[in-house]
Design a protein around this ligand. Sequence first.
Ligand code: A3P
Length: 289
Amino acid sequence: MNWKNLLILCWIMVIGSEGLEILKKRLPDAILIGAKKSGTRALLTFISIHPNVSAANPEIHFFDKYYHLGIDWYRSQMPFATQNQIVIEKTPKYLVDPKVAQRVYNMNKNVKLIVILRNPISRAISEFVQTQWKQKRNIFDVEEQARRFNRMLYQNRRGNLTIRKNWSVIRNGIYVKHVKNWLKYFPLESFIFINGDNLVRNPHQEMKKLQEFLAIKPIITERNFVMTTQKRGFPCIRLKPGSDRIKCLNDQKGRPHPKINPSVFQDLDQFYKPFNKEFFELIDQEPFW
Ligand code: A3P
């Protein structure tokens, strides 16, 4: 064996608590399927510090965009993991793309599905802000952003202003519609529903639920979280309790939101109310918001 092969072999073997462990690329055991702008990056960042988790950092988009590249390509995009680790990938588009659920089922009908959800009104505003940044439109003028949001939100139907529910920013928050499609393939027990609003307020509570669902030791606790001046209003995570090594999300997460007019807020509240009600009945849980 030449030195190059030896180096590669050393690279894929690590000394773990149970002796020598082989690192391999495997298909995911759990997938974070959405919802977009609900705290998916924060959740993945937090769970990634767990020693029994190996998470793919970029969004892979296999089941929605790159399915034609085949399952071996998908596997090659996964991080190296030991047998004692759970492999996770996140692509928030999966929740809302109707072809994905069946494709995931065909890969592994026992895969664990992680869904994080936030109040659909703040989720919509967050997605709208993101699109404005992408288009580099008056990004610092929040009042102009609020006006743009209103212009996009309403449509004129024979003299009546109604909410444009086909606007993806609005449609993506009709959670009941998207989850119903997933429930055609997976039982409710395959899912965990994380409260994205509470992940900001009480991250340890949501992490407790997630660790339980993944059947890993609940080692991420309240002592891991810290509020810093670096990320105002959002928790960062200590890599170990008591450690000074802290990870915060980057500037693209936690952007300022435009102030939405109270009457617009009320219209959105009325719009989402029946969908939210149906959603919480469907998943048999108390409403999160
Ligand atoms: P805003 O930037 O609109 O505030 P995603 O990662 O799914 O795109 O979600 C982005 C949202 O995650 C952010 O939306 C922010 O509100 C939320 N978030 C939750 N916890 C966070 C944290 N610890 N740090 C930064 N953003 C967090």
